[in-house]
Design a protein around this ligand. Structure first.
Ligand SMILES: *[C@@H]1O[C@H](CO)[C@@H](O)[C@H](O)[C@H]1NC(C)=O
Ligand SMILES: *[C@@H]1O[C@H](CO)[C@@H](O)[C@H](O)[C@H]1NC(C)=O
Ligand SMILES: *[C@@H]1O[C@H](CO)[C@@H](O)[C@H](O)[C@H]1NC(C)=O
Length: 432
């Protein structure tokens, strides 16, 4: 069962070979989502190994990781909620195994925990699966310097096996998380490629220590930070992100995210693919300080209710799974869901899986984007539980609203590195 989205990489030329309407242009790159075309025998596409196994999904863990990422200590009840959900999942899986005698029958929910994208580092190329994360600005990887006790199935980058790696002497990096743990290490520069777009001297931050939450996440070999370079943690001199390094080669100073519900999506660098949205893109200004893609929503609506005009400032973060908004909005939403409650036990808003959920609409300037109800039904607590964990949660403990994947999946999103920067949202057909 594929719980992770696997993305297939190709150059734009390869995409054109697949019937894309776009003419090939220098410096443009597409990470193509068309897995079926690949399976139809195209050899120009780079095949990606199957996603590795990972822990059954746990909504409280997604919320916990969001606290960690933003350097906020997670409340104790969220930690115990993770254990409650893990236990329920183990019990349910044990029951199913007894019933059927086959582990393959376990209906592990297919959920969009994170989107991983294949990249290559070094000469000859070493392939890693990284999370493209607009909510951070470090490009760090599991490496030959990471103690083996902290590596559990991840692929690693070995600078010694690359003829183009160079130690960036005297430079280190360190990211502290909300639980006091952290990731840190040294820095190399090396060739780095995403979908045929190559940067020849990209700072690749090699981990000498990774926090346990990353060790547990077998499917991720590291992150590609796509926030602004001001957030980069390399010292004494901070390093540019992949996007900033690639920028001079790009036709347009943009990258786009077309994330999909329970399916393979795509990131494009250097162009805006007209085939991926309808109508016009609506742009809104981005406040670049301290380095997130910070912008405002112009309001919201619950289901078919009236649109409430109100400025909601937050960050568009492809590296966060769920949508975190002010408590008043979240309670207004779950008031429309029979039996919903903010559960300390499960670490967030949950509801009976049999309830009916409304959609959630957000505004970008005058445009409206509707998140289908199914996206907000994040996952069943366990395969046999009748309780479901919400994809919309309160941001009150985080101190920041986060427009994570639950919201970003509902649009075609343009991250525009123009001066001043801006972010654009386009309408696209949504599967639910
Ligand atoms: C890496 O960059 C060098 C130039 O620094 C180039 O000659 C070489 O072909 C590149 N390697 C790969 C695998 O692209
Ligand atoms: C898109 O923008 C163009 C130019 O501003 C305008 O003429 C057109 O009516 C817009 N289309 C839609 C669907 O809003
Ligand atoms: C939520 O999703 C589960 C599958 O994960 C499904 O069985 C259930 O009916 C859904 N509930 C709602 C309210 O959409």
């Amino acid at each position: 069962m594929l719980s992770f989205t696997d993305l297939f990489v190709t150059s734009l030329l390869a995409a054109a070979g697949l019937g894309s309407a776009l003419p090939p242009r220098i410096g443009t790159t597409v990470i193509n989502q068309d897995q079926s075309s690949f399976l139809n025998g195209r050899t120009t596409l780079k095949q990606v190994r199957n996603p590795r196994p990972h822990k059954a999904f746990n909504g409280a863990r997604a919320t916990y990781r969001t606290y960690l990422k933003h350097g906020v200590p997670a409340p104790e009840y969220i930690k115990t909620a993770i254990a409650h959900i893990d236990n329920e999942q183990e019990e349910a899986i044990a029951r199913i195994k007894r019933d059927t005698g086959s582990a393959a029958a376990v209906p592990i929910n297919e959920v969009d925990i994170a989107y991983v994208t294949p990249v290559t580092v070094g000469t000859p190329p070493q392939t890693l699966m990284l999370d493209l994360d607009t909510g951070s600005s470090d490009l760090w990887v599991f490496s030959s310097l990471t103690p083996s006790s902290q590596v559990r199935g991840q692929e690693i980058y070995s600078p010694a096996k690359s003829s183009t790696s160079k130690l960036l002497s005297g430079h280190t990096w360190s990211i502290r998380y909300g639980d006091g743990s952290g990731s840190r290490g040294t820095v190399y520069t090396d060739n780095f490629t995403i979908g045929g777009l190559e940067v020849e001297s990209q700072a690749v931050q090699t981990a000498q220590e990774v926090s346990s939450s990353f060790t547990q996440e077998q499917s991720l070999d590291g992150l590609v930070g796509l926030g602004f370079s001001t957030l980069n943690t390399v010292r004494p001199s901070s390093q540019l992100t992949f996007f900033d390094n690639a920028r001079p080669k790009l036709d347009e100073e943009v990258f786009t995210a077309d994330l999909k519900y329970h399916a393979t999506g795509s990131y494009d660098f250097g162009f805006i693919d007209r085939a991926k949205y309808t109508g016009n893109i609506t742009y809104t200004p981005v406040q670049q300080s301290p380095g997130y893609w910070t912008h405002s929503l112009s309001g919201y609506a619950v289901g078919s209710g009236a649109f409430q005009s109100t400025q909601i400032q937050g960050i568009s973060d492809t590296g966060t799974t769920l949508l975190y908004l002010p408590t008043a909005i979240v309670t207004a939403y779950y008031r429309q869901v029979q039996g919903a409650q903010n559960s300390q036990y499960y670490g967030g808003y949950v509801f009976p899986c049999s309830s009916t959920l409304p959609t959630f609409t957000f505004g970008i300037e005058g445009a409206r984007f509707t998140i289908p109800a199914s996206y907000i039904n994040y996952t069943r607590i366990s395969p046999t539980s009748s309780t479901c964990y919400g994809g919309l949660q309160s941001s009150s403990g985080l101190g920041i609203n986060i427009f994570g994947d639950v919201a970003l999946k509902a649009a075609f999103v343009v991250f525009s590195g123009t001066n001043p920067p801006r972010i654009g949202f386009g309408t696209k057909p949504l599967a639910s």
